[in-house]
Design a protein around this ligand. Structure first.
Ligand SMILES: [Zn+2]
Length: 115
């Protein structure tokens, strides 16, 4: 598999994972408001989406590296992002499909379609 494709899977899996989490919290809010905690497979599906695509993100993230510093573009660790970057790893994921992100480790611009 080529790196550009892995990068897209890496970022895309985060969006799906966030979507699953969002749906889960919508259900949770609904359950708390209505005091109706009965759930069906849709709720399990939202948790499943979050967990499975969270794992997909975690695994593929090791192959998504900055061409300048060779560090993982979507793994931040506990360090503060580089001052030239536009935010944390979430911002990198968010801007991934725009084609251009700034590395959170070295602050250089990375072309996500030319990894
Ligand atoms: Zn870098």
């Amino acid at each position: 598999m080529n790196k550009v494709l892995i990068g897209k899977i890496n970022a895309g899996s985060v969006f799906i994972s966030w979507f699953g989490l969002l749906c889960f919290f919508i259900w949770l809010t609904y359950a708390l408001i209505t005091d109706d905690s009965t759930y069906d497979y849709t709720v399990l599906l939202t948790i499943g989406l979050t967990v499975v695509f969270g794992l997909v993100h975690f695994v593929t993230a090791f192959w998504v590296r900055c061409p300048h510093c060779n560090k993982c573009l979507t793994i931040q660790g506990f360090k503060e992002p580089h001052p030239d970057s536009s935010g944390d790893w979430g911002a990198v994921v968010f801007k991934w499909f725009s084609g251009r992100v700034v590395c959170i480790h070295c602050g250089k611009t990375v072309d996500t379609n030319g990894l």
